[in-house]
Design a protein. Sequence first.
Length: 88
Amino acid sequence: MQNQLLGCLVSVIVGAIAGNVTGTLFTKLSLGMLGNSAAGVIGGAIGGIVLGAALGPTGIAGWLGYVLGAIAGSILAILLVRLVMPEK
């Protein structure tokens, strides 16, 4: 239980960082600093939980799942937001 909670926290933090990195690398996808962070947190939490559970909650595979899931989830969340809300 404690390992999963810590993994979720890592996913949220990595998601926020990955969201901002994604916004910096792909300027047309950028939602602004706060928007990138919010989309990254939401996508990172969902992706980290899903991939962390798929790889198992123990050992390095669990942590790798949380981190990779957070990165992938945050990028996908920003892409989805951009599809739904195109630039003005």
